[in-house]
Design a protein around this ligand. Structure first.
Ligand SMILES: [Zn+2]
Length: 133
């Protein structure tokens, strides 16, 4: 990656960091509504839950952005944290705070979306029992 490219990513990340910090600071939606109208309160409670979800996502993202900025300082930006291969520029352009290459990211996503569930385990045990018999 060239110095110019690195500078560009740094600029994007710094801007994103400021944006997220602002969004996180603005917690008006988290105030508890004491409206006497029950429907108002219910509606506000739902909005509040959504705002909390959002806040969690934003603060996760902020951490990712901050680690990416630290990697720029450390000179390791653009290197996958898992396999130490280069992360493609195309991927970084889409997700500048990405800590890992597409291969490692996809592997991690697969692990997350398809946990080792009980049904799968049962069928494996069944299979090995049948094999033993
Ligand atoms: Zn990787």
């Amino acid at each position: 990656m060239t110095k110019d490219e690195l500078k560009r990513f740094q600029g994007i990340l710094v801007a994103r960091q400021a944006e997220l910090e602002n969004a996180i600071r603005n917690r008006d939606a988290l105030a508890i509504d004491t409206s006497p109208d029950e429907l108002d309160r219910v509606q506000h409670a739902t909005e509040r839950e959504m705002a909390i979800d959002n806040l969690e996502r934003q603060s996760d993202r902020l951490h990712e952005v901050q680690s990416a900025l630290r990697r720029i300082d450390a000179g390791t930006f653009g290197t996958c944290l898992d396999c130490e291969e280069h992360i493609s520029l195309k991927r970084l352009a889409a997700v500048p705070w990405s800590p890992s290459c597409i291969t490692c990211q996809e592997a991690a996503d697969r692990n997350r979306t398809q946990p080792w569930d009980a049904a799968e385990e049962a069928s494996v045990i069944e299979g090995s029992l049948m094999h033993a018999a």
